[in-house]
Design a binder for this molecule. Structure first.
Ligand code: PBG
Length: 324
């Protein structure tokens, strides 16, 4: 054939492939979500998330230390709250003596080089299993935002570097920003879960925290998977209200949204590679249906290619080990 243009020429040698690679993925881009539980010496496997555990504070400190050795420096913390502490007003969510703040204080004291992100939403603390307060069977917005503000300030007091509202209430980013500033935490950042969809892919996470809704679903606050423009609207609002970074969640089924936001906004874009996406690859790997490691690398790269700056992923440590 007479072919002056041959795209394969740029793929013929491994060094050349590295030279012309368009996308880069490294451990600096990854955020590792960790689950916290009460007690001591507890490392309880999460059945639906093979390789992930509910860790007591002492075990969590050990875990963070081993991640830091691998170059993994950013962590998102999720407490599994005892059933008896869950109430309809979710008051435990802003208890400064609670499991999360007490553990965070220890972490910050011991690992000043690490960066900690805390989740702002009521579901781990709510006897209704919803991200907001429930009144007459409805999740109410404005009263919830007041609680979220107390929660965020308490987390900042305990040393959170970023607070991450994952609740999807309207106006919460602005309200949290004002509350943080008023309390003297103008340096505490906000990572807004801006485009968070009502998704089946959160299933394993809800097992991990026993936080599934006790009635109904989350469709009156989380987004409809059919919508793309609405994601842009949510992100622009959060940025206007003071978000330091915006997030798309889940990841894999919403790569188009990641790209959309990357093209439209100037703040960093994060993606949450959620529990169901992790479970899918782990399960297929265990059943011998796919090469787990290769599938992981390809998936993580897809987030970067779609335009994500940061990736929250349960694969963070596996990736860090691979690269160490
Ligand atoms: C709750 C919250 C959820 C996740 C993070 N924060 C679940 C939900 O909205 O029901 C899911 C994370 C995952 O699936 O890995 N505010």
């Amino acid at each position: 054939m007479h072919l002056p243009i041959r795209p394969r020429r740029n793929r013929r040698h491994p060094v050349l492939r590295d030279l012309v690679a368009e996308t880069e993925l490294s451990v600096e881009h990854l955020i590792y979500p960790l689950f916290l539980t009460e007690g001591q010496k507890i490392r309880e496997p999460i059945k639906t998330m093979p390789g992930q555990f509910r860790l007591s504070a002492d075990e969590l400190l050990t875990e963070v230390e081993s991640c830091l050795k691998l170059g993994l420096r950013t962590f998102a913390l999720f407490p599994a709250v005892r059933e008896s502490l869950k109430t309809s007003d979710a008051a435990e969510s802003f208890n400064a003596k609670g499991l999360l703040p007490e553990t965070l204080l220890q972490l910050k004291h011991r690992f000043s080089q690490a960066f900690f992100i805390t989740d702002v939403a009521l579901d781990p603390y709510s006897s209704d299993g919803h991200d907001g307060l429930v009144r007459d069977g409805l999740v109410v917005n404005d009263a919830t935002v007041e609680v979220l503000c107390k929660m965020a300030v308490m987390q900042a007091q305990a040393g959170a570097d970023w607070v991450a509202p994952s609740d999807m209430m309207d106006g919460r980013v602005g309200a949290i920003r004002r509350a943080l500033d008023k309390a003297g935490f103008e340096d505490t950042g906000i990572l807004a879960y801006s485009a968070k969809y009502a998704s089946a892919f959160y299933g394993p996470f809800r097992d991990a925290l026993a936080s599934a809704p006790k009635f109904g679903d989350k469709k009156t606050y989380q987004m409809d998977p059919r919508n793309r423009r609405e994601a842009i609207r949510e992100a622009l609002l959060d940025i206007q209200e003071g978000a330091d970074a915006v997030m798309v969640k889940p990841g894999l089924p919403y790569l188009d949204i990641v790209r959309e936001l990357r093209n439209r906004v100037q703040v960093p874009v994060a993606v949450y590679n959620v529990s169901g996406e992790y479970a899918m690859i782990k399960a297929a790997g265990q059943l011998g249906m796919m090469d787990e490691t290769k599938a992981m690398l390809e998936m993580l790269m897809s987030f970067r290619r779609a335009g994500a700056d940061l990736i929250l992923t349960y694969f963070a440590k596996d990736f860090a080990k691979l690269k160490a």
